[in-house]
Ligand binder design. Structure first.
Ligand code: ATP
Ligand code: MG
Length: 270
């Protein structure tokens, strides 16, 4: 990834207002951004700052109230169901709650087969499809043979998270949006999941948009960081610029909340 990589997703003045009149809430307020191919971007902000609302607009799950979104340099057009389906081949998401991401009535085989079909693999042989599902499961350290004929709700939280990543492995989207995918699992699986996401980025060169409260984590994994407060981006830049040399008071406060964000721990003084 470099500052010269082509633009993958960008926005100008992107705004979302819920409700009208005195009850109107502007959850996302005229944000500008440029996400490049292969880049890992973090969007950091406190609860209620508008991160999920922005994600939903990026995914095309809710309308943009104002502003413009460009996908691969062209205005994004999701005006018909067909165009929307086409767009969703390019952008995929993993959410805070993996249990909400699957149709619980579909067996895991179906979940994975749908991914292969979506990528145009409908006519592949049974054997080939099986190999692809097996490979995707191995990538996330799951055994396909043990999952076949199970339903998503029969998996543990960590297994579900990994199944979501196996889906992404098969779908190979241009952009992966990850809204706090690690918040509900323990620190050890958190590191494993992050590691898998980073491997996947290297493998298929996708852009990752990572949404988090955790500015320390954002620093370690990101190329670029956008800091969000009350629906606005108060600061953005490379991870080093934003976190080692913050300008906005809000960024400084977020950093102050995390002890020793980038200095090595000095245990000798404890
Ligand atoms: N459908 C909706 N209708 C009305 N207001 C909404 C709706 N969705 C979100 N909001 C409001 O928009 C603001 C931003 O919410 P959002 O969920 O985007 O925050 P967030 O940054 O994702 O927070 P968290 O870190 O807790 O997930 C909040 O004030 C929220 O109450
Ligand atoms: Mg949220």
């Amino acid at each position: 990834m470099s500052a010269n990589s082509p633009l993958c997703l960008s926005g100008k003045g992107v705004t979302k207002t819920f409700g009208t009149g005195v009850k109107a809430v502007t959850a996302v307020d005229h944000v500008d951004f440029e996400f490049r191919e292969g880049e890992l971007v973090s969007i950091v902000g406190e609860s209620g700052s508008g991160k999920t609302t922005l994600s939903k607009m990026l995914l095309g799950l809710i309308n943009v109230s104002e502003g413009e979104l460009l996908f691969q340099g062209k205005p994004r057009d999701i005006s018909t169901a067909r165009k929307k389906r086409e767009y969703w081949k390019g952008i995929q998401a993993i959410f805070q709650d993996p249990f909400s991401s699957f149709n619980v009535f579909n067996k895991i085989d179906t979940v994975l087969l749908d991914c292969i079909n979506m990528r145009g693999g409908r006519r592949l042989s049974r054997q080939k499809k099986f190999e692809m599902m097996d490979e995707a499961c191995s990538f996330v350290n799951l055994k396909f043979a043990e999952l076949t004929n199970k339903y998503p709700f029969e998996l543990s939280g960590g297994q579900m998270q990994r199944l979501m990543i196996a889906r992404i492995f098969l779908l190979k989207p241009k952009i992966l949006l990850a809204d706090e995918p690690t918040s509900m699992i323990d620190a050890c699986s958190r590191a494993t999941i992050l590691d898998m996401l980073l491997n996947l980025r290297n493998e298929i060169g996708m852009t990752i948009i990572f949404i988090t409260h955790d500015i320390g984590l954002a620093y370690y994994i990101s190329d670029s960081v956008y800091i969000m407060e009350h629906g606005k981006f108060v600061e953005s830049g490379t991870a080093d610029e934003v976190i080692l040399h913050p300008k906005a008071a809000y960024t400084k406060r977020l950093i102050a909340d995390v002890p020793k964000i980038y200095e090595p721990w000095d245990l000798s003084t404890v």
